[in-house]
Write a protein that binds this ligand. Structure first.
Ligand code: AMP
Ligand code: MN
Ligand code: MN
Ligand code: MN
Length: 301
């Protein structure tokens, strides 16, 4: 028997929504179905799969979620270039059959392929051979991200962990860096809206923007019809939650929460262990029909 009455009486210690996650369809290490199983174990009731520039994992995740009795939100994390800076816009509740969305994502994946070859050539010139082939093999037929290069470079002993690979090889000014040529902010929001989804500025505290630049970004995002700010993120500090909650209120944005889980090997970002949104936030899931479809106390009896 369902215990919905129990759920409404006691507020959960953790948010049961986790709206930002990766699978093997991009740079996560779990297959979509395995990700869903882990989410269930972690007590997540509403899970979004938001792979980078791809919705390839959605069908498998959806089927696994149906068997497990949790809600799967179809999503994607779209790579954007804004003022020479890379930003990530998470789209939630996407109709993945939407043509403009899929054409947009295909363009980004085509850039990923060109970039991967270029990263491989640059690393070759820096004395590290076989990186493109290595990253290609690790991506297992899916898109190639810098994470795949990082995993390969750790395997061959070029660095001790992913963090060190990024710092030494893959960021601006380092031998394997290639500048992003991603979607514009306007395109990303438009594709998401064309697919009936909501656009969320992902992990806003991670971009190290000055306050004035962040305000400019938020103004532009709102003007383009952006819907929400990811207030609670696995890569945010407690202070960041409060700061971003204030920005969400000030700019009239909804608030989202997601772990940005990639792999069980990253113990610092666990799936589903997210705190509740700070007081005063309007949750992005406030008017989601999935909640209305959930059996009520009365129906469960
Ligand atoms: P890409 O979209 O291919 O440029 O790769 C970006 C991904 O690399 C992010 O989504 C993270 O998963 C990962 N990443 C970025 N910076 C770091 C870092 N310093 N340490 C570990 N992973 C990182
Ligand atoms: Mn990633
Ligand atoms: Mn991201
Ligand atoms: Mn992410």
């Amino acid at each position: 028997m369902k215990v919905w009455n129990f759920r409404v009486q006691s507020a959960p210690m953790f948010c049961s929504y986790d709206l930002h996650n990766h699978s093997t369809a991009s740079d996560g290490t779990l297959q979509p179905a395995a990700l869903v199983r882990l989410a269930v174990e972690a007590g997540v009731e509403v899970l979004a799969l938001t792979d980078h520039d791809s919705t390839e994992g959605i069908e498998e995740a959806r089927q696994a979620a149906v068997s497990a009795g949790i809600t799967l939100i179809p999503g994607a994390e779209i790579s954007v270039t804004w003022n020479k800076q890379t930003l990530h816009i998470v789209g939630l509740n996407l109709d993945i059959a939407c043509g403009p969305l899929q054409q947009g994502l295909a363009g980004l994946r085509a850039f990923r392929e060109r970039r991967a070859r270029e990263i491989g050539e640059r690393l070759e010139r820096a004395g590290i051979g076989g990186a493109y082939a290595g990253a290609r093999a690790l991506s297992n037929g899916h898109l190639i991200s810098r994470t795949h290069f990082a995993r390969y470079l750790v395997q061959v002993g070029a660095a001790v962990d992913l963090r060190q690979v990024f710092k030494r090889f893959l960021v601006q000014g380092k031998p394997g860096h290639v500048a992003g040529q991603w979607a514009s902010l306007e395109e990303a929001v438009a594709w998401i809206h064309a697919a009936g989804g909501q656009a969320v500025l992902a992990h806003p505290a991670r971009y190290n923007l000055t306050r004035s630049k962040l305000r400019r970004l938020l103004r532009e995002f709102v003007a383009l019809g952006g819907d929400a700010l990811e207030v609670v993120s696995g890569s945010h500090s407690r202070d960041d939650y409060q700061v971003m909650a204030r920005y969400a209120r000030e700019f009239g944005l909804l608030a989202s929460a997601g772990s940005d889980f990639h792999s069980p090997e990253n113990p610092w970002i666990a799936l589903g262990r997210l705190p509740q949104l700070p007081e005063g936030c309007r949750p992005i899931w406030g008017d989601w029909p999935a909640l209305r479809q959930a059996p009520t106390f009365a129906q469960a009896h």
